[in-house]
Design a protein around this ligand. Structure first.
Ligand code: GLU
Length: 567
């Protein structure tokens, strides 16, 4: 049940010399470039973009959600974790129903139970304190302006509102996004969000405490706890006590030419992507893909096999590092070339089917694999500023429209912000049938495992920044960024072509191909090798900036409403 696709619009790459922003909505991109033109840097731009995204792309991210950010300051990469946390009163049975079984997904999502303590604003504030240039209050001007004056409902927002099964049940959201007859506000309707304008004004003036304490926090807690059918256990202390975490990024060498930096756990994105790419490096190279770079069955087979192995490890090992130990004591044991060589050994002509987890460092496996669960509802922002510093920010409220709860911050005004359902990124099952614990089970204060893969690519020889990339789409994300890296750096496609390539994925089960993206013969050839092949929409939202001889080239995914602007 990913955030659905709403059509495709071909886009041209944008070229600029000095600075560039790409984000999922034109007004958000505009806010970022406004900050850069006002003398702001990449961090300033990213904060302004996020505040506008929460208004105009409320289905994907906002102040009620969480985010991961990578920053390049010209000397080093820093990694910032604004992932939601589980309330202190939650336990591993959070999503086990009265019948002792895992709750159905939508029953778990809708309401207060799935809402994690939001972290995006605290994280952005921490990064801004360290690296920002413009005053914090200035970063909120575009969002407050658009919230007060109104913005036009986009085709994508309209379509997602129209088909959403649950958002109308929330009184605040129903009164704001729908007409009296229950139909979604039409495309082009100018929507003012007065509650959000007021809340943003307070965050601009007082900082994140305006969200994490006082009336806005009290309203958040009340909405979570008082949901009639599915309340949560969030407390004022949980919200007040939230702290963003600065982590060591994981930077991984690829093909000896590139240094690829990403988030460590609790995100699984970088590890999964680099396990796939690292496993492919251990295998004989497969013939160049077909016309326009669209990969053929032989390449897709090998890719899918590498992905199975990576997702088998992800299911067993990756979770919040404050709660679980990395295998062999370090996360990059999963990326060790010798380990990946041993993992690649069984890859042959026929599919290996469901892959087992490996044993990096030779240590015994302490955890049971987590069964696959759907995830969706996210946005990615890439920025390069005039000094060549950069931000890759992936930000999420989990499912489209999150927990389907809208909070007005206690203002009594129409509108507000949507609460995340990020806790459903935990394993619903705490253990397997033998009682072995699952690493990513719910525990108080823990951060759910993520798939978000904000990525910075450097030239390993001279250290220059080459690419800023990322996307939404849950567990498909590492595949989307991998596709872009391979398309650009291996196959020599231009960045817009690479982004537009049909999507493909494997999560250690069926091989998933984007509907209509590949010739029928490709699926047939994969089936002949033993793959179960399914087609799915896979509406990615890649936002990529690539260094070129002309400066920077930016690409926004044709499957969503993103844009690129640069100077
Ligand atoms: N909640 C997911 C995660 O953190 C992301 C969902 C999406 O990208 O649509 O990995």
């Amino acid at each position: 049940m990913p955030e659905a696709g709403t059509g495709r619009a071909d886009k041209a790459a944008v070229v600029a010399r000095r600075q560039m922003v790409t984000a999922a909505h034109p007004l958000a991109t505009q806010a970022g470039i406004e900050m850069l033109r006002a003398g702001g840097n990449a961090v300033d731009a990213a904060v302004a973009v996020q505040m506008v995204l929460g208004l105009v792309e409320p289905q994907s991210s906002g102040i009620g959600g969480g985010a991961f950010l990578l920053h390049w300051d010209g000397r080093e990469v820093s990694a910032w974790d604004g992932r939601e946390t589980a309330p202190a009163a939650d336990d591993e049975k959070l999503f086990i129903g009265a019948d002792g079984k895992p709750m159905p997904l939508m029953a778990a999502i809708v309401g207060g139970r799935s809402v994690g303590v939001p972290g995006a604003v605290r994280m952005l504030e921490a990064v801004h304190r360290r690296h920002g240039r413009l005053p914090w209050v200035r970063l909120f001007e575009p969002a407050i302006r658009a919230a007060s004056d109104g913005f036009a409902v986009s085709a994508r927002l309209h379509a997602l509102l129209e088909r959403d099964p649950a958002l109308r049940e929330d009184k605040q959201a129903r009164g704001f996004y729908y007409r009296a007859d229950g139909s979604a506000l039409p495309v082009g309707h100018v929507l003012r969000n007065r509650a959000l304008a007021e809340i943003l004004q307070r965050i601009a003036a007082q900082g994140s405490d305006a969200l994490h304490a006082g009336p806005v926090a009290a309203d958040l807690v009340a909405r979570v706890r008082s949901h009639p059918g599915n309340p949560g256990r969030m407390s004022n202390a949980d919200v007040a006590g939230y702290a963003a975490v600065q982590r060591m990024p994981i930077c991984t060498s690829w093909k000896s030419i590139y240094r690829i930096c990403g988030m460590p756990p609790p995100s699984s994105g970088h590890l999964a992507m680099m396990q796939i790419l690292g496993t492919l490096e251990q295998l004989p190279p497969v013939a160049r893909p077909l016309n326009g770079g669209i990969p053929g069955a032989e390449w897709l087979h090998v890719y899918a096999e590498a992905a199975r192995l990576a997702f088998a490890d992800r299911a067993v090992y990756v979770a919040d590092p404050s709660f679980v130990q990395a295998p062999a004591g370090r996360w990059d044991s999963l990326l060790d070339a010798r380990y990946l060589k041993s993992r690649a050994a069984p890859i042959g002509e026929r599919s290996i089917g469901i892959a087992p987890a490996g044993r990096p460092g030779g240590e015994p496996i302490a955890f049971a694999p987590q069964p696959n669960q759907p995830e969706s509802g996210t946005s990615h922002v890439s920025v390069v500023d005039a000094e060549g510093h950069a931000v890759a920010l992936t930000t999420s409220i989990e499912a489209a429209f999150g927990a389907r709860l809208m909070a007005d911050g206690g203002t009594g005004l129409p509108g507000g912000y949507l609460l995340n359902n990020q806790l459903t990124d935990f394993s619903f099952e705490p253990a397997d049938a033998q009682g072995r614990p699952i690493a990513n089970r719910v525990q108080p204060g823990k951060r759910p495992r993520s798939s978000m893969t904000p990525t910075l690519v450097f030239d390993a020889r001279d250290g220059r920044l080459l690419m800023v990339a990322g996307s939404p789409l849950g567990p498909v994300i590492p595949h989307l960024v991998a596709k872009t890296l391979v398309g650009v750096f291996d196959w020599g496609l231009d960045v817009q072509e690479a982004v537009a390539l049909p999507n493909f994925a494997n999560f250690n089960g069926p091989t998933v191909l984007e509907t209509g993206g590949f010739p029928a013969a490709t699926a047939a050839a994969l089936r002949a090798r033993g793959h179960v092949v399914v087609e799915a929409e896979l509406p990615s939202g890649l936002q990529v900036i690539l260094r070129s001889v002309h400066g920077w080239i930016g690409a926004a995914d044709p499957r969503r409403e993103g844009t690129v602007q640069g100077d």
